[in-house]
Design a binder for this molecule. Structure first.
Ligand code: 4AD
Ligand code: MG
Length: 482
C-alpha cells in the first residue's frame, strides 16, 4: 500500500521503506542527481524525491516532468538539504501518467487566477487551490459538527421546487417541455400543466421555507445544500450556484438568532485555524503578497491570520438599520459626496455603504437589524407601532470586512393574518403557498433562522478575493465550461 504524504509529515517513519504516489510539482538537478517535488493533495507539503542518475535510466528520469503522475518506492530519510525535513531516496520509479511538458498548462511559476479559472480541471493541482479546497472541506465538516453537537437535525430540503422563497424572481426554470414547440393554452401561454410536474418548477433559491416547516416539528434544524440564483451580477461576491447553510429554530427570537449566528461564525473560524494551520499559513503569506501589490491606502490594515483572530476576539457590533443610516449620513464620505449611491432611510445598502460601516467606522463585523419592510422578504416578522412609510421588520444581516453581507436572516412572521396580508401586498399567490401558511394556523410559534453563504465564508477565511476561486467549478453568467 502507498502512504499519504500527509501521514509521512505527521508521523515520520524514518529509515523505513515507503511507497508514495502523486504528481510532480517541480524538478531540478544535474547530471548526477534529480530532485523531484511530489504532491499528492493530502497536504500542502511536497515530498522531495531524490533520484540518483546511476540508479535510473536517463529516459525514465526525463519522463518525470512537471504534471506527471508517479509511483515511487524508496527509503524515507532525514533530508540533507535545509529546505525540507525529509526526503525519499528513490529505488524504483514508475510513471503512472505522463504529462507532455510542452503542453501541460500548470508550470512551476505564478499563474494569474484568471488564467487558472480557464484551467479549472487542473487548477486544484496548484498550491493555492489545494489549500483553498482543503479548507473548504474542513469548514463543511465543521458546520455539521457544530449543529450536531447542539442538537440540530440536518434537513434535506428539495432542490427542485415550485416556490420562490425569496420572492426576488431570480429563478432557473426546470422543465422537460420541448422548447422548440411548447404546448400552449387557449390564451397562447405556455401550458405548464403538460410539463413534468404539472406546474412551473424551478431550482431552489433557498431551503428556508421547508426548514421552517421542519423547525415547527423538530425544533432545531439546518439545511446545507446548493442554491441557485439567476441574478445577472458579475461581481466578486456572486455565483449563480452557491452553497447555503440555513438553520431554523422554533422558539428563537431575533436576539437568540443573532447570538447563534455569531457563535457559529466564530466556531467555524476557530475550527479552520485549529485544523488547517499549514494551509492558512500559506494563504496568509499569499494574502500579504497580494496586498503589497496594492496602493498603500487600499491595503488591508491586517494580515489574514490577524484578521481571523481579530474576529474571534471581538464582539460583533449590533445596531439598527436606522442607526446605520444616520452614521452614513454623518460620515465625511457622505458630506464630501464620496458615495456613488445616495444615502437615505429606505435604501438598500450598497456595498460601498457596507464597507464604510465595517471597514472604516466600526472596523469589525457588524450585525444590522430592523430593516425597512419594503426592501426585505415577505416572511420577516413585522415590528409594531412604527410611523407610516417607516415600517421595519426583524431582519438581521451580518456584514464582514472584505466580503460584505455574509449572513442574512430574521425572526419570521408567525401571525397568520399579517403574513397573508403581506403576501398579497407583494403579489405572492397565497393559494400556491397554502402549506406554508397552514403552519401559522396549526400550532404556530415564534421562530427564527438565517442563511450563511458558504462561499463568502470561505472567501473570508482564505483571503481569496474572488468568489469564483473558492468553489471548484464556478457558475456565473456565460460560464459553465467545466
Ligand atoms: O440574504 P439571502 O438572500 O437570505 C436567504 O436566502 C434567506 N432565505 C436565508 C434565511 O433566512 N434562511 O442569502 C443568504 C446569504 C447571503 O447573506 C450571502 O452570504 C449568500 O447567502 N448569498 C450568495 N452567495 C453567493 N452568491 C450569491 N448570488 C448569493 N446570494 C446570497
Ligand atoms: Mg440578504
Amino acid at each position: 500500500m502507498h502512504i499519504d504524504i500527509r501521514s509521512l509529515f505527521q508521523n515520520p517513519p524514518l529509515d523505513t521503506k515507503v511507497v508514495v504516489k502523486g504528481w510532480v510539482r517541480n524538478r531540478r538537478g544535474n547530471a548526477y542527481v534529480t530532485f523531484i517535488s511530489l504532491n499528492d493533495g493530502s497536504t500542502i507539503h511536497n515530498l522531495q524525491i531524490v533520484a540518483e542518475a546511476q540508479d535510473f535510466a536517463e529516459q525514465l528520469i526525463k519522463q518525470c516532468t512537471v504534471g506527471a503522475c508517479l509511483e515511487v518506492r524508496g527509503w524515507f530519510v532525514k533530508s540533507q538539504g535545509k529546505e525540507q525535513p525529509f526526503e525519499v531516496k528513490a529505488q524504483e520509479i514508475l510513471i503512472l501518467g505522463h504529462a507532455d511538458a510542452e503542453k501541460y498548462p500548470i508550470q512551476p511559476k505564478p499563474h494569474s487566477f484568471e488564467f487558472l479559472r480557464e484551467q479549472a480541471h487542473l487548477r486544484m493541482r496548484t498550491t493555492t487551490f489545494g489549500a483553498v479546497f482543503r479548507v473548504r472541506h474542513h469548514l463543511a465538516f465543521a458546520i455539521h459538527k457544530f449543529f450536531n453537537d447542539r442538537g440540530f437535525f440536518y434537513l434535506h430540503s428539495p432542490i427542485i421546487t415550485a416556490s420562490d422563497a425569496e420572492g426576488a424572481g431570480e429563478l432557473f426554470k426546470v422543465t422537460t417541455l420541448n422548447l422548440e414547440n411548447p404546448p400552449r393554452t387557449a390564451e397562447g401561454k405556455i401550458d405548464f400543466k403538460q410539463d413534468f410536474f404539472g406546474k412551473e418548477a424551478n431550482l431552489t433559491v433557498s431551503g428556508q421555507l421547508e426548514a421552517e416547516l421542519a423547525a415547527l416539528a423538530l425544533g432545531k434544524v439546518y439545511t446545507f445544500g446548493p442554491t441557485f440564483r439567476a441574478e445577472n451580477s458579475n461581481t466578486t461576491r456572486h455565483l449563480a450556484e452557491f452553497w447555503m447553510i440555513e438553520p431554523e429554530m422554533a422558539f428563537y427570537d431575533i436576539h437568540d438568532n443573532m447570538n447563534l449566528a455569531e457563535e457559529f461564525l466564530k466556531y467555524l473560524i476557530q475550527y479552520a485555524l485549529t485544523h488547517c494551520p499549514d494551509d492558512l499559513a500559506f494563504l496568509d503569506k499569499r494574502y500579504a503578497e497580494e496586498e503589497n501589490k496594492k496602493k498603500k491606502e487600499e491595503r488591508s490594515e491586517m494580515g489574514l491570520l490577524e484578521k481571523l483572530n481579530f474576529v474571534l476576539e471581538h464582539q460583533f457590533e449590533r445596531l439598527t438599520y436606522t442607526e446605520a443610516i444616520q452614521i452614513l449620513l454623518d460620515s465625511p464620505a457622505h458630506k464630501k459626496k464620496k458615495f456613488q449611491y445616495e444615502v437615505a432611510w429606505g435604501i438598500d445598502l450598497q456595498s460601498e455603504h457596507e464597507r464604510y460601516l465595517v471597514e472604516k467606522y466600526f472596523k469589525k463585523p457588524v450585525i444590522l437589524t430592523n430593516y425597512p419592510r419594503k426592501i426585505k422578504a415577505f416572511y420577516m416578522k413585522q415590528n409594531e407601532g412604527e410611523d407610516v412609510g417607516k415600517e421595519t421588520v426583524r431582519a438581521m444581516d451580518i456584514l464582514f470586512p472584505g466580503v460584505g453581507e455574509i449572513v442574512g436572516g430574521s425572526q419570521r412572521e408567525e401571525n397568520y393574518e399579517k403574513l397573508l396580508t403581506r403576501m398579497k401586498e407583494v403579489g405572492i399567490n397565497p393559494e400556491a403557498m397554502w402549506w406554508y401558511l397552514e403552519t401559522r394556523l396549526f400550532g404556530t410559534a415564534p421562530h427564527s433562522g438565517f442563511g450563511l453563504g458558504f462561499e463568502r465564508l470561505i472567501q473570508f477565511v482564505t483571503g481569496m478575493n474572488n468568489i469564483r476561486d473558492v468553489i471548484p467549478f464556478p457558475r456565473t453568467p456565460q460560464n459553465i465550461e467545466f
